[in-house]
Design a protein around this ligand. Structure first.
Ligand code: ADP
Ligand code: MG
Length: 267
């Protein structure tokens, strides 16, 4: 049984069909990339998968159970994490406290947090910070962090939920080439480590840098105008004529000019 099974997913905004008839599966331990030009429907797909918006039609099964109608909170509690956006880190709190907050949300213990805020779940928080290589900064305020470090903090917050499925929508947006690779290498290492310990972690991610996609994805889904137009291994996707045609036409949208050295596809 696949970890995640998506069947004929559809979502329209007014007359605009943002996602139309999307079907795919994701296996335990897999790193699956979802790519496509801006406006292809990737974020809308993520929003449906984590329960933020309800599909007009279709099925989403996670571990054999339907997620339709559960909402973001319940979906999160079942082990589907989404990397937090910057707005969800608290600048005046320390890194450790930010991760403690995420751990507390998982356990619904918000009220018992405040009286002993500093110590509550601190060891667990430090262990998570160690996994994303931020433990040496545990007591620094979040507001002092560089952008790439904030992204790693968001990852630690997402991991606090002990997810089986991690959704990362443009995790490396705004990063330089080296920082991107470092973040995704870290994610890949977490996936491998969780696999070895049989806890299991699968990742679905969107990404504009083809270097990152081809370097880290086990499989790739390609969306255009709301529909899936290709699916396969990195080699299959590189050789796919529809994908090549799409990417030649949209190259500028897929790889901003500021990072010409990152190997926009086709190389
Ligand atoms: P991507 O993430 O691939 O860039 P999105 O899923 O964000 O694409 O958007 C797909 C299409 O749906 C776009 O045309 C976008 O303008 C539209 N869209 C997304 N969210 C909304 C919304 N809340 N209301 C209206 N239109 C939306
Ligand atoms: Mg998007």
């Amino acid at each position: 049984m696949s970890l995640l099974r998506v069947q004929d997913l559809q979502k329209s905004f007014g007359a605009h069909r943002a996602v139309q008839g999307l079907s795919f599966s994701l296996e335990a331990g897999e790193m699956l990339a979802l790519i496509g030009p801006n406006g292809a429907g990737k974020s809308t797909t993520f929003n449906m998968l984590n329960g933020q918006i309800r599909p007009d039609h279709g099925q989403i099964e996670f571990k054999g159970k339907s997620l339709i109608g559960l909402g973001a909170r319940q979906t999160w509690q079942l082990g589907v994490s989404r990397t937090f956006q910057i707005a969800q880190t608290f600048g005046s709190l320390s890194l450790a406290e930010n991760v403690q907050m995420a751990l507390i949300c998982k356990d619904h213990q918000l009220f018992s947090f405040w009286p002993r805020a500093h110590d509550f779940k601190r060891d667990e928080a430090l262990a998570l910070l160690r996994q994303v290589e931020l433990h040496h900064m545990a007591d620094k305020a979040c507001s002092a962090l560089a952008y790439g470090d904030i992204k790693r903090l968001e990852l630690a917050q997402a991991l606090a939920n002990e997810p089986t499925l991690l959704l990362m929508d443009e995790p490396t947006a705004g990063m330089g080439p080296l920082e991107r690779k470092n973040l995704m290498a870290l994610v890949k290492e977490l996936v491998l480590e969780r696999g070895r310990s049989s806890r299991g972690l699968a990742v679905l991610f969107t990404e504009h840098s083809m270097d990152v996609v081809f370097g880290f994805a086990d499989r790739v889904l390609v969306m255009s105008a709301g529909a899936l137009i290709a699916e396969g291994t990195v080699e299959e996707i590189k050789a796919n004529e529809r994908v090549q045609a799409l990417y030649f036409g949209y190259k500028s949208a897929l790889e901003p000019a500021r990072s010409s050295s990152t190997g926009a596809y086709p190389a």
